[in-house]
Design a protein. Structure first.
Length: 317
């Protein structure tokens, strides 16, 4: 079963997306897709986050050093039966762990988080598909004189580089989050692909065929008494259908690859066994053909001895 990981630095919207995704696909969509939590940790966290968002609270940032592999199983209903499609992992690491894993930091800074960093890198290396979240606000209004902005860009590219360096050659996708706040900017940039070229050339150049998605986990907000923008209690999510479509297509393609690989392995084993059987048959035939000559050669010494014995007897006479 395919393993698909959703990653991103702090502020990219991983936690908000996770909550919205878990709520929306708790019930099967029109195509029959739905998700179930793999463990109580995932179930509890999604329920808690959604409840807070419906009360007008944003999810807090994941604490530095905190690690959660929040897992789901993606299913599809078909003809009254449920079939597993793939496993999903939201790598809810503290955003700083991504920076420590891929950014320029000293060994002293990394030392307290070595285990988390290794786990994150291993997760990326062993995934069949990687979805990287980038907050559109960070790239549109990002100040390249800011070390944090530059590091965010470097880390984002490095995640893809690590994923592609391994043997698995995973599917890659990039999703802009908070796109509901920047629709006009997106349109002025020529849509999602135009924004990708314009704002992320550092990633677009080595990865020109990237699958691009736009997401708004909370597409409706209101303002609280202090003038802060908060989730509206009746918010919806935009772009999740496109995300689900990508997830399903990756799972299908991976399943086809596995079937082809199994077929090729089976065919090679069959050919190898047939070849061994053929060699064994040929060796047996050769032995049967050469057997008389072996017996003849074995008799010749005794024949010579008999001739010599007769000659001695004659001479004696």
């Amino acid at each position: 079963m395919s393993k698909i990981s959703i990653v991103g630095v702090e502020g990219s919207g991983k936690t908000t997306l996770m909550a919205a995704f878990g709520e929306k696909y708790e019930v099967a969509d029109e195509a029959g897709y739905f998700v179930t939590a793999d463990n109580q940790q995932t179930f509890d966290k999604v329920k808690m986050l959604v409840a807070r968002m419906r009360r007008g609270e944003w999810p807090g940032a994941t604490e530095k050093g905190s690690v959660s592999d929040l897992g789901w199983t993606l299913w599809r209903q078909s003809k009254g039966a449920n079939a597993k499609v793939c496993s999903l992992s939201f790598l809810d690491y503290g955003g700083e762990i991504y920076r420590l894993a891929f950014g320029t930091h000293s060994e002293e800074e990394r030392k307290p988080f070595v285990a988390q960093i290794r786990a994150l890198r291993h997760h990326i290396e062993t995934s069949d598909a990687i979805l990287l979240l980038i907050n559109l606000k960070d790239v549109i209004s990002g100040d390249l004189t800011s070390e944090k902005t530059r590091e965010m860009l470097w880390v984002s590219r490095s995640i893809f580089d690590l994923a592609r360096a391994g043997k698995r050659k995973p599917h890659l996708a990039l999703a802009f989050s908070q796109t509901d706040l920047y629709r006009e900017t997106l349109e002025a940039s020529g849509g999602t692909e135009g924004a990708y070229r314009k704002y992320l050339p550092f990633i677009q150049s080595p990865y020109p065929d990237m699958r691009l998605l736009t997401l708004a986990a909370v597409d409706r907000t209101t303002v609280d008494s202090e003038g802060r923008e908060i989730p509206s209690p009746d918010f919806h999510s935009a772009g999740l259908d496109g995300l689900m479509s990508w997830l399903a297509s990756v799972a299908r393609e991976r399943a086809v690859r596995r079937k082809i690989r199994l077929f090729l392995v089976s065919a090679l084993v069959t050919v190898a066994l047939a070849a061994l059987a053929g060699v064994g048959f040929c060796v047996q035939k050769m032995r049967e053909r050469d057997a008389p000559s072996w017996r003849s050669e074995a008799v010749q010494p005794s024949s010579i001895s008999s001739q010599q014995s007769s000659r001695v007897k004659c001479e004696a006479c």
